[in-house]
Design a protein around this ligand. Structure first.
Ligand code: ADP
Ligand code: MG
Length: 743
């Protein structure tokens, strides 16, 4: 059975309305061991014949048999397999991958050898055989024409295919190199079918066993020559589909080779992908606010063991009632006015030691245990505070011991008893206070901070004559120095006059009775008489300003309490842990009380739910849009570089490397290019945990945000590569070879 048999083969080109005949009515049969020279004028159809035989071009008429098997029904995968098993192609203009080394070029053709060492060994043998041993590590672009053609021959040998096709292989070479190449071809094709197209018949005359002349697409003559033909046993190959595992392995090694062979392009791609990743990270951390819907949404500030309670009839509970309730259900402690827990975040602390930013916001808590791993101690006095701060405050407040001992809340000086640092810089700082301290700050927030009062200071003599001592705004400063209901006015008051201070304020409060957050305001005024005022000798305050009045924190509390005690209905009980709190809440809820553990999630109205879901979707949508946009951006920036690949890909395909392997290679290359971005993301994450300074500048990311960033990076890579691959493989092999090649 003939190795190759062409029956009435015709190939017609139709382009832009013009029809031209490539070849027609070709009847030829070829055997192993033949050295066939094909000659003919330019445009006569020689290349067309080789392209049809190689399966790089299809034919419209007739039938081509390979080892007796008809091929007219072949689709792309069969042609690929055919090229892989049967064909080695040698072009006039070399067609080696310029960015690959000689070794890489040859190894490319040895992909069917699974063992890497074996593959390397075989490649070196073949390179030696074509006399290029000293150029193994040289890139294709650095070789001379003859050396390139030798590489191609080594590659053809590597494939060990039964058919070697050479289209004017010496067309660009000087006569000495040409002679060497033809001899080399002859030598290596002993047991193969070698078909050489040439315009210079003399070059092959001494070796060829057959001479075919083509004229106008037809076989003009087919002549046996006297040169001795090699006799070869015919061993039929069968064109089967290839093994899957090998495709992936080959794709991976191809991807690595592509990545390393074009270092500057690869660097460019790495930078692009890094920028893309930066974009994804940014949008992930900023759109996560919208996606927080999927996270827990607590009804009240969640504090371990907290239960929020109101009386069912809406009345204000007495201190005794709360105490009794706490005892009955085994609560560790309680907070009478717990407003600060849910609404204290608006108050900011001033740290005199912080230069650049003097204020930092804080949540105020009470009854929280931060564990044993703390600096200093928990607060014991009313004016003491324990700070729970982001790690980047370590420089200001001390690493192993407390460096700066106090902070101001509004004008109230608080002594720092202990500190604990955390790394999650999304959290806001917390201030842990004693029960008394918490009450003080609560009062401060009701009376002074959130609703600054209008205050007037007047003096009255025995005759009832009044003098207004404050012209314009008075500043009220709370002080732990003063006790009871003491008030201190630093400026001089005339003899015989007794002062009195009046505070007018209104405050907003949340009514959680219905566990609803509607707020209402209440106005209040309180006057302190002469008996409250103390003189300078009994206080330790060095300040003299006629617009300033110091007021004891107890007085402040009494003002707040007299308002709150007949209007504030809610209180918080604290249990050992959330589990106990949940059990207690069930027990407490009865005819008289409604109790809700702080682990309860907020159940908003339907419209709110819908809005939240929409917001969540908007977040997801923005995120996806960003990924798509960025992948488009990366594609656009890198699409010019694709031209550099086009020819390489076509060469690989002409060698019979399957599209699948090349595609896997492209994906692998892109994934490798993503590595620096992956690495930098991970390093940034580590820095957040190891460097207090950098903790302030890098976002702390939660594991799910990380997962999202990595998913985004992966999507970006896949989408970009998909587009590139589509562009690369949109055309047939032959067309891409022509298009990607300098004429
Ligand atoms: P040769 O290699 O002998 O110089 P070719 O096989 O390249 O000749 O061309 C044979 C004929 O087919 C020519 O008339 C040429 O114009 C035509 N031809 C070859 N390739 C194409 C193509 N891709 N599109 C249109 N016509 C083509
Ligand atoms: Mg040609």
């Amino acid at each position: 059975m003939a190795l190759l048999s062409l029956k009435d083969i015709g190939k017609i080109y139709v382009s832009e309305g013009n029809v031209s005949v490539g070849i027609r009515g070709v009847n030829l049969t070829f055997e192993r061991g033949e050295f066939v020279a094909v000659t003919g004028k330019s445009g006569s159809g020689k290349s067309t014949l080789l392209n049809v035989i190689s399966g790089m071009d299809t034919y419209e008429e007739g039938e081509m048999y390979v080892d007796g098997e008809p091929t007219s029904h072949f689709l792309q995968p069969e042609w690929e397999k055919y090229r892989e098993d049967y064909i080695s192609f040698i072009f006039q203009d070399y067609n080696i991958i310029e960015s690959f080394t000689v070794l890489q070029n040859v190894e490319l053709a040895l992909m069917n050898i699974d063992d890497r060492k074996e593959r390397r060994k075989r490649a070196l043998e073949l390179i030696d055989r074509v006399g290029l041993s000293s150029h193994i590590k040289h890139k294709g672009s650095k070789l001379s024409g003859g050396q390139k053609q030798r590489t191609v021959i080594a590659r053809a040998l590597a494939k060990d295919s039964p058919i070697i096709l050479a289209d004017e292989p010496t067309g660009n070479l000087d006569s000495v190199s040409s002679k060497e190449i033809i001899e080399l071809l002859k030598e290596v094709s002993k047991d193969k079918l070698l078909i050489v197209v040439t315009h210079n018949f003399e070059q092959v005359e001494d070796h060829a066993t057959r001479h075919i002349r083509i004229f106008d697409g037809e076989v003009e003559s087919d002549q046996r020559l006297s040169n001795e033909q090699n006799i070869v046993q015919n061993d039929k190959k069968s064109i089967k589909t290839r093994a899957k595992g090998r495709d992936i392995k080959n794709g991976i090694s191809l991807g690595k080779a592509i990545f390393t062979s074009k270092p500057r392009l690869s660097l460019f791609l790495c930078i692009l992908l890094f920028l893309g990743t930066l974009g994804i990270a940014t949008i992930t951390s900023s759109s996560s606010d919208m996606m927080i819907f999927f996270d827990k949404n607590y009804m009240f500030e969640h504090i371990d063991g907290r239960v929020v309670t109101v009386k069912r009839d809406g009345s204000v509970p007495t201190e005794e009632e709360i105490k009794a309730l706490a005892e009955k259900h085994g609560a560790e402690t309680y907070i009478r006015y717990d407003h600060l827990l849910d609404d204290g975040g608006g108050m900011s602390l001033r740290a005199p030691h912080l230069n650049d930013y003097k204020y930092f916001c804080a949540d105020f808590v009470y009854g929280v245990d931060y564990g044993a791993d703390i600096i200093g101690s928990y607060p014991e006095k009313e004016n003491e505070v324990f700070l729970y701060l982001p790690i980047y405050y370590q420089d200001v407040f001390g690493k192993n011991e407390i460096k700066n001992d106090h902070i101001f809340l509004s004008d109230l000086r608080l002594e720092i008893s202990g500190i604990k640092y955390y790394y999650d810089n999304n959290l806001s700082p917390q201030c842990l206070l004693t029960k008394d301290g918490f009450d003080t700050v609560t009062s401060l927030s009701f009376v002074l901070v959130n609703n600054y009062p209008t205050a007037s200071l007047t003096a009255t003599n025995k005759q009832g004559e009044q003098t207004v001592l404050s012209d314009g705004g008075l500043i009220i400063i709370p002080s732990f120095e003063l006790k009871g209901e003491q008030i201190y006015y630093p400026a001089k008051i005339e003899n015989g006059f007794s002062p009195s201070l009046t505070l007018n304020f209104s405050y907003y409060k949340h009514d959680y009775y219905s566990f609803d957050s509607t707020s209402f305001s209440q106005s209040f005024s309180k006057t302190f008489g002469a008996e409250s005022f103390v003189d300078a000798s009994s206080v330790n305050i060095e300040h003299s300003d006629k617009n300033t009045v110091y007021i004891s924190t107890d007085a402040l509390k009494s003002v707040a309490n007299s308002v709150l005690s007949d209007s504030y209905t809610q209180f918080s009980l604290f249990f050992e842990n959330d589990q106990k709190a949940e059990n207690a809440a069930v027990e407490i809820s009865n005819q008289e009380y409604i109790a809700v553990p702080s682990t309860t999630t907020y159940t908003p109205e339907l419209i709110e739910v819908i809005l939240q879901i929409l917001m969540a979707f908007a977040g997801v949508f923005v995120w996806i849009l960003t990924v798509v946009f960025l992948s488009f951006f990366v594609y656009l920036c890198s699409s010019r570089t694709l031209l550099a690949f086009k020819n390489d890909m076509a060469i690989m395909r002409s060698m019979g490397i399957s599209v699948k392997v090349i595609k896997i290679g492209m994906y692998v290359r892109m994934l490798i290019s993503l590595m620096p971005a992956y690495l930098l993301t991970v390093i940034a994450a580590i820095l957040v945990f190891t460097s207090p300074v950098l903790n302030e500048f890098f976002m702390y990311l939660y594991p799910w945000q990380f997962a999202l960033i990595f998913l985004g990076m992966l999507l970006l890579t896949v989408r970009t590569t998909h587009k590139q691959v589509k562009k690369l493989f949109g055309q047939s092999v032959k067309k891409s070879l022509k298009g990607g090649q300098a004429e």
